[in-house]
Ligand binder design. Structure first.
Ligand SMILES: [Zn+2]
Length: 456
C-alpha cells in the first residue's frame, strides 16, 4: 500500500476540492438501511429451509403435476410454495412486489432425459424513481436439488445448504426489503430471484440471463448465494463469507481482451468492482459476517448461476460459506462407518445464513438507493504528464468521487470528493494506479465505480 502521506497535499488539483484524499476504507453507513436489515430473522430463514426440505426431492426432473403439488412432493410443489410465499410478502407491503415466473421447456441434455418444463420464480420491487426504475439489482439462489443419483427423483434430496440456504437468502431479502420500501425509497428496481435447473447445467439462470440480455434489462449487479449455510463442520470460520468474482469477463471478445491486457485491467471487471462494493458494505454495516473476496470465478470443479449472468455480460458474484463439508453436499442421506452423510437442516447454522442475508440486503439496499454510475468516464492520455485528468457526463444534481489504488493493491485505497462539475485532475500518475469514478447522492449512497476508458 502506498502511504497516504506520499499523496498528501500534493494531491490537490485545480478541479477537485482542496482537501487531501481520504482513505477509501472509511465506513459510510446509511443508518436507516442499518436499522432495516436488523429485521432479517434466523428463525424465519430456518422455517424457509425446513419447508424447502419438506418437499422431499426438488430435482428439476422430479414431479410437477397437479397431484404431486397437492401431496407437497417434488419441484412443482416447491415452486408453488415459493410463489405463494412471495405473494404473501407482497400482500404485507400493500402489493409492492410483482410476483412473476419465467417458464420454458428445456430439450433433453445429458442430465435431462426428456423435454422438461423449468420455472424460475421471482419478485420485482419496482424502483420508486421513474427515471431510475430501469436500473436493476438482483439477488438469486437455486431452489432445485438432487441426490447422488441424478436420475433418482424419489429418494430424499434435502439440500438444506445447497441451495436451500441461498433460496432462503433471496426470500428473506424480499421479505425485509419489501417491508422496508414503505419507509425507505429505493429509486432503482430490486429483483428477488429463485431459479431451477442449476444442477442440470445452470439451465434456469441461463434462460433468465439470456432473456434479460435480449430485452435490454439494465442489470447492474447480481448476487448469487449458493451454499451459504455455514455448515457446522470442523474448521468452519463463521465470521466470513467468500465472495467469488471473475477477473477477465466471460463475455469479452478478442478486442476487449487486448484492451484489458494493454491497460492492466485484469482485476477490474464489473464483477470485481461489485465484489469491492460488497467489501465496502461489509465495512460500513454490521451484518455480523465479513465478505472475504476471492479473485476467481468459482471454486475448483464447481460452477454456479453467477456464471450464466457473466456470460451475458452482467456483473455477478457468488457468495459461499468459508469452508464446505463435502460429507453434506451432493450426498445421499445415510450413515456409513459412523459418519452421517446428507445435506440436512441440522448441519446448517441458521444464524450464519441470517448474517449473509443481512450483508446481501445491505448491498441491495445501498445499490438500489444510489444514483446511477457515471456515464462515459474517460481518462485523458493525449499528453505525457504526471497528473491525471478524468472526465465524465454530468448528471443533474449529482456529486462524484474519484477512487484509486496502486496497481498491486486488491481494493480501492483513496477517495477524492468532486463536488462540482464532471472533471477532475488528480496529482497522481495514471501509470501507477487504477482509477474509478462513482456517483454519490446527498445522503451518501455510492454507485458502483466506473473505470475510465483512456482517451487520446
Ligand atoms: Zn448449488
Amino acid at each position: 500500500m502506498v502511504a497516504l502521506a506520499s499523496f498528501g497535499p500534493a494531491a490537490r488539483a485545480q478541479d477537485v476540492d482542496p482537501s487531501p484524499p481520504q482513505l477509501a476504507s472509511n465506513p459510510h453507513a446509511d443508518r436507516r438501511i442499518a436499522d432495516e436489515i436488523r429485521a432479517v430473522s434466523a428463525d424465519h430463514i430456518q422455517q424457509t429451509i425446513e419447508k424447502l426440505v419438506s418437499f422431499g426431492n426438488r430435482s428439476t426432473i422430479s414431479a410437477q403435476d397437479e397431484a404431486s403439488i397437492k401431496t407437497g412432493k417434488g419441484i412443482g410443489a416447491a415452486r408453488e410454495w415459493i410463489k405463494a410465499e412471495l405473494e404473501r410478502y407482497s400482500k404485507e407491503c400493500g402489493g409492492c412486489l410483482e410476483v412473476k415466473t419465467d417458464t420454458f421447456t428445456e430439450q433433453p441434455t445429458e442430465r435431462i432425459p426428456k423435454p422438461t418444463v423449468i420455472t424460475n420464480v421471482y419478485a420485482v420491487l419496482k424502483g420508486s424513481d421513474p427515471k431510475q426504475a430501469d436500473r436493476i439489482v438482483l439477488v438469486t439462489g437455486h431452489y432445485d436439488s438432487r441426490n447422488s443419483d441424478n436420475a433418482n427423483v424419489i429418494d430424499p434430496a434435502p439440500r438444506a445448504n445447497d441451495d436451500g440456504s441461498g433460496t432462503a437468502v433471496s426470500l428473506e431479502c424480499a421479505r425485509v426489503l419489501s417491508k422496508a420500501s414503505s419507509r425507505l425509497k429505493f429509486p432503482a428496481t430490486i429483483i428477488f430471484l429463485t431459479v431451477a435447473g442449476e444442477e442440470q447445467g445452470l439451465n434456469g439462470s441461463k434462460h433468465f440471463a439470456q432473456m434479460a440480455k435480449q430485452q435490454g434489462w439494465k442489470i447492474e449487479a447480481v448476487l448469487n448465494n449458493d451454499i451459504v449455510g455455514g455448515n457446522l463442520g470442523p474448521d468452519q470460520d463463521s465470521s466470513v463469507v467468500r465472495v467469488f468474482s471473475e477477473g477477465l469477463p466471460a463475455a469479452s471478445n478478442e478486442a476487449e481482451i487486448r484492451r484489458i491486457r494493454m491497460l492492466g485491467g485484469e482485476s477490474d471487471s464489473t464483477s470485481r468492482e461489485l465484489a469491492r462494493y460488497i467489501a465496502d458494505v461489509g465495512r460500513s454495516y454490521d451484518a455480523g459476517v465479513k465478505p472475504h473476496l476471492i479473485f476467481r470465478l468459482d471454486r475448483f470443479l464447481r460452477g454456479g448461476d453467477h456464471y450464466a449472468f457473466n456470460q451475458q455480460g452482467f456483473a455477478a458474484v457468488r457468495f459461499t460459506e468459508f469452508r464446505e463439508d463435502y460429507n453434506h453436499q451432493h450426498q445421499n442421506v445415510r450413515t456409513e462407518n459412523g459418519i452421517e452423510y446428507g445435506d440436512l437442516p441440522k448441519f446448517v447454522n441458521f444464524d450464519y445464513v441470517a448474517r449473509v442475508a443481512r450483508l446481501n440486503a445491505a448491498t441491495l439496499a445501498s445499490l438500489a438507493s444510489a444514483p446511477a454510475p457515471p456515464a462515459n468516464v474517460k481518462m485523458l492520455t493525449k499528453n505525457l504528464e504526471n497528473d491525471t485528468t478524468l472526465t465524465w457526463e454530468a448528471a443533474p444534481g449529482a456529486a462524484y468521487e474519484v477512487v484509486w489504488r496502486s496497481t498491486s493493491a486488491p481494493d480501492w485505497e483513496y477517495v477524492q470528493p468532486v463536488t462540482t462539475g464532471a472533471r477532475a485532475t488528480v496529482k497522481v500518475s495514471k501509470d501507477n494506479v487504477v482509477f474509478g469514478v462513482r456517483t454519490v447522492d446527498a445522503a451518501g449512497h455510492r454507485s458502483l465505480p466506473v473505470v475510465p476508458e483512456p482517451e487520446r
